[in-house]
Design a binder for this molecule. Structure first.
Ligand code: UT7
Length: 323
């Protein structure tokens, strides 16, 4: 049975680091409130002339180097993003050009903060169906471009960055002992569109718009839905939560991550945390966390990882993979 295994990871964070204290003289907020309610301490913001594709290209180059591959050996590029450079062409084709890749195919995928989990499921399906042997997956975002800087309930939460993963086809036995993606679980419910959205767009206002969120309601859905989706994916993989070595969650809020780990009965030592340094980077948060933890040598061959995320839509899901 064909499996999609992780061959390499990489990431890029813009140089500019903004500490929580930066917001204190602009808004009625404090470092103390932001840390206590979210776990965020700082985030990176892209430079004015840096676009999402620039971040994506740098993360992709790092992932290709880690995989020991050239761009010419990649069959497909998927970029998960909600903050594209332009309405079209896709960021993925810009990344393709930036990498000097003249073959294969590239497209963007938009499932907001769940984008990278959706992209992993997409790439897994393509690899298992034989449509591609090697897929370069990127989560890249410049959420600083859609912040309302007068809204303390949102602008302190988000950051910019990009993470990338190279997936490659490998033969497995079709059992839960295989390496690679073992199971995925995707969900959405468009009834919740007003909980988290951007109030602009091509076919409505003709502007990019600003992010709007009813944070406490999203919080409640997250706590309820993330452990559920992880349990479903584990069931599908034929594994139990006790067999999980690492939870790699979407990095939106430390309290949501802790509540999910508790529901899954996982100790926090098994949870990869980057929220303090990155803030919420939407579709980039999981590949950033994967790449940072991989660079630190934390994952051992055979480890079971669960990645999960929820965001605008609402859209949510999870992926179980063996390193
Ligand atoms: O990535 C996509 C998914 N997104 C998420 O997962 C985000 C989910 N939501 C959250 O992380 C949390 O709901 C927030 C961090 C956004 C807010 O935390 P909360 O504990 O749910 O606070 P809240 O929205 O219930 O607000 C409590 C109070 C309010 O004041 P009043 O009405 O009680 O006087 C807010 O106005 O905290 C106030 N508040 C702030 N105070 C200081 C909201 N933002 C701030 C702030 N600084 N930055």
């Amino acid at each position: 049975m064909r499996r999609a295994i992780v061959r390499g990871t990489g990431h890029y964070l813009p140089e500019r680091v903004v500490e929580n204290s930066w917001f204190e003289d602009k808004l009625d907020t404090s470092d103390e409130w932001i840390r206590a309610r979210t776990g965020i301490e700082r985030r990176h913001f892209a430079a004015e002339d840096q676009r999402t594709s620039d971040l994506g290209i740098l993360a992709a180059q790092a992932a290709l180097a880690d995989a020991g591959l050239d761009a010419g050996q990649i069959d497909a590029v998927i970029v998960a993003t909600s903050t594209p450079d332009l309405t079209f062409p896709s960021v993925a084709t810009m990344v393709q050009a930036g990498l000097g890749m003249r073959r294969g195919f590239a497209y963007d995928l938009q499932a907001v903060c769940a984008g990278f989990v959706y992209a992993l499921a997409n790439a897994d399906a393509m690899i298992r169906a034989g449509l591609a042997d090697r897929v370069l997956l990127i989560g890249a975002e410049t959420f600083s471009r859609i912040m309302d800087w007068t809204d303390r309930g949102t602008c302190v939460l988000f950051g910019d960055g990009a993470g990338a993963v190279v997936l490659e086809a490998a033969e497995g036995q079709g059992t839960s002992a295989d390496r690679g993606i073992l199971a995925t679980d995707l969900n959405s419910d468009g009834q919740y569109r007003d909980l988290l959205y951007v109030d602009g767009g091509v076919a409505s206002t003709g502007t990019a718009g600003h992010l709007r969120m009813q944070g406490n309601l999203v919080f409640r859905h997250a706590v309820e839905k993330l452990a559920d989706t992880a349990h479903r994916a584990l069931d599908r993989a034929g594994l139990t939560p006790e067999q999980v070595d690492w939870l790699v969650p979407h990095q939106a809020n430390l309290r949501i991550i802790e509540a999910t780990a508790k529901r899954m009965r996982l100790p926090m030592e098994k949870v990869v945390l980057t929220v303090a340094d990155h803030g919420n980077t939407s579709a980039a948060s999981i590949p950033l966390a994967l790449s940072v933890a991989n660079a630190e040598g934390r994952f051992k061959p055979g480890d079971v990882l669960v990645a999960e995320a929820i965001g605008g839509g609402l859209a949510w899901g999870s992926v179980v993979l063996r390193w």
